[in-house]
Design a protein around this ligand. Structure first.
Ligand code: AMP
Length: 186
């Protein structure tokens, strides 16, 4: 595995722990010599994770739609910044560049991005692992809802288990290294 896409909030959230953990993730990726693939902005947790990886000597590749260059303040000091025409192109490019996907705390954009990769994974479009970094139990209600989807018969057990929920980046990394690709849905 050479690169990890991080999806995360374009805000930092109200608790300082969100930014602290984002910083830890950026440093972790740099130490592991993993290229960080992310949304290319310098706002919110996006900026925190990118700056932490860069300061620790890591490679950081951003992918940002032209229309968001102002709003998300396109980061000027990345290893590489791809400016793409729209959000679909951004998500496809990030998916192509990354070998695994992690969502840090974030809003609807973050969830949409991780859910897209999870659903592509369960359809067998790719074989890359997905995880939620469950900082301060932020994603606990979502983890419970995933169980609800499973118990209600809308999600196969193997496809529920393919997404990792953990508050520890080291544990997520271990799970990625031993990831067993499930049978595709169809
Ligand atoms: P958020 O989690 O809402 O703060 O958004 C985090 C990132 O997701 C930002 O880079 C947004 O540009 C991006 N984003 C926002 N809306 C969407 C969407 N509908 N689909 C994909 N990404 C989005």
């Amino acid at each position: 595995m050479r690169s990890v896409a991080i999806f995360c909030g374009s805000n930092t959230g109200v608790e300082p722990i969100f930014a602290e953990k984002a910083k830890e993730v950026g440093q972790f990726l740099a130490q592991k010599k993993l290229t960080l693939i992310y949304g290319g902005g310098s706002v919110g947790l996006m900026g925190v994770v990118a700056d932490a990886a860069l300061q620790a000597g890591g490679q950081v590749v951003g992918v940002i739609p032209k229309a968001l260059l102002d709003g998300e303040l396109g980061h000027q000091n990345l290893t590489q910044l791809h400016v793409v025409t729209n959000m679909h192109e951004r998500k496809q490019k990030m998916a192509d560049l990354a070998d695994a996907f992690i969502a840090l705390p974030g809003g609807p954009g973050t969830l949409e991005e991780l859910f897209e990769q999870w659903t592509w994974g369960q359809l067998g479009y790719h074989q890359k692992p997905c995880a939620f970094l469950n900082v301060a139990n932020y994603y606990q209600p979502l983890a419970e809802f995933v169980q609800q989807m499973k118990c209600s018969g809308f999600l196969k057990p193997a496809h529920a288990e393919m997404v990792i929920f953990s508050n520890d980046i080291h544990k997520i990394w271990q799970a990625f290294e031993t990831y067993q690709v499930p049978q595709p849905k169809w």
